[in-house]
Design a protein around this ligand. Structure first.
Ligand code: PLP
Length: 398
């Protein structure tokens, strides 16, 4: 076998979410798509703002085609980076320069690049993640030569358990990934939690005499439903890298656009930025999509209709809890993290499937006995699924 077995494993083993998605397509041809309650995929259901499509048309009609579709500099177009840096400074007052912004192909690329930049292959570096966590973290961390370490959450609230976190830090800890609003729980980590976490990071960095990098994974930053603030981590911890994406905030997941922001307060921030550039180069990213860099610069204040997700969240949360399901009320993202009505989330998934409900068992997200409902669907689908959720609950709870 003259090829990489680890990569073969990644490519040939379908993720459970993909498997459910394939099943859903087949089932839809058998009983009609409207009768399959598929809540498996985190693909935005709200369209990109009209402004985005208008801007694309305008750019195509007015800009020089060769330039518009050409390579940009590796870190991204200078003007685009300036627009982004200005907006970050306006909102969060961090004083970042465009020379610390690196345009990427979405959060997945941002994370892979940041991890590659800070972790050293063969050095036994560890990266801590907080359960429940986005399953691809394991792939990205291992690909950067690191080891994933999972910190367990507080029961019921799914906030970070700072004591558990502290117990996982070792002299090998190089990075920590914080994802808020969280996939799959929808939880927004409170300011109190973030402050406590950063305090531990500072103390442990000093104790071990080496920097621990905080990587903020923020594709859901704009999707919040209550009057909650999502703390901007650069304002709490100097050695922070922010991985931002427009996949969910502008409903552009297929266009692959986002950025990395390196905190200006980070030790050796210019060198870290150059290391980010080197990591992007080594991973073969070349540059982020040129057309969409221009779209972002012109649509920096555009917003998707978050209200549509909120309606789905309220419908599902209010009804499911009234049927007897247990879940934490999500303040953001578009996921509901529901306790399975039996110990084994896979068995529960199978019984839900018999009611044509497709949810994702979350053992791989680091918490056993839960399923994820992605409510980025039409409201009609949510309304249609409610009787099925009720019948499923009755099967267990009577
Ligand atoms: N991080 C989290 C927590 C996600 O849920 C996702 C996608 O669903 C990503 C990163 C990757 O997003 P992107 O499309 O920006 O690469």
């Amino acid at each position: 076998m003259g090829y990489n077995q680890k990569m073969f494993g990644l490519g040939s083993k379908r993720s459970i979410i993909r498997e459910i998605f394939e099943y859903s397509k087949t089932r839809a041809t058998e009983i009609g798509a409207e009768n399959v309650y598929d809540f498996s995929l985190g693909n935005p259901s709200v369209p990109a703002p009209a402004e985005v499509n208008d801007t694309i048309r305008e750019l195509l009609a007015t800009e020089n085609s060769v330039l518009l579709h050409g390579y940009t500099s590796a870190q991204g177009d200078a003007n685009v980076r300036k627009v982004i840096a200005d907006r970050i400074n306006e909102k969060f007052g961090v004083g970042i320069s465009p020379n610390l912004i690196y345009m990427t192909c979405g959060a997945a690329a941002s994370l892979s690049i940041c991890l590659k930049a800070v972790m050293e292959e063969g050095a036994g570096d560890e990266c801590i993640v907080f359960a429940p966590f986005f399953t691809e973290y394991r792939v990205f961390i291992e690909n950067a030569g690191g080891k994933i370490i999972v910190s367990n959450p507080k029961e019921k609230t799914f906030q970070i358990d700072v004591a558990d976190f502290e117990s996982r830090i070792t002299p090998a800890t190089k990075a920590v990934i914080v994802n808020s609003p969280n996939n799959p729980s929808g939880v927004v980590y409170s300011e109190e939690t973030i402050k406590a976490l950063c305090e531990v990071l500072r103390r442990k960095s000093a104790e071990y005499g080496r920097v621990i990098y905080l990587i903020a994974d923020e594709p859901y930053r704009e999707l919040v439903y209550a009057d909650v603030e999502v703390p901007y981590l650069m304002n709490y911890y100097d050695n922070t890298l922010v991985c931002y994406s427009y996949s969910k905030s502008l409903s552009l997941p297929g266009e692959r656009i986002g950025y990395i922001a390196v905190s200006p307060k980070m030790e050796e921030c210019t060198n870290i930025y150059l290391t980010v550039c080197g990591a992007g180069r080594s991973l073969g990213y070349v540059c982020a999509p040129s057309l969409f860099q221009q779209v972002i610069a012109r649509c920096i204040d555009a917003k998707v209709n978050v209200e549509a997700y909120k309606e789905n969240r309220d419908l599902l949360y209010d009804n499911l809890t009234s049927y007897g399901y247990e879940c934490v009320k999500p303040d953001g993202a578009f996921y509901l993290f529901v306790k399975a009505l039996e110990e084994d989330a896979y068995k529960f998934f199978e019984r839900a499937k018999a009611h044509e409900i497709l949810v994702v068992p979350c053992d791989d997200f680091g918490v056993k006995g839960y399923v994820r409902i992605a409510y980025c669907t039409d409201k009609a689908k949510v309304v249609g699924a409610l009787p099925a959720f009720e019948a499923l609950a009755k099967e267990y709870l009577g």
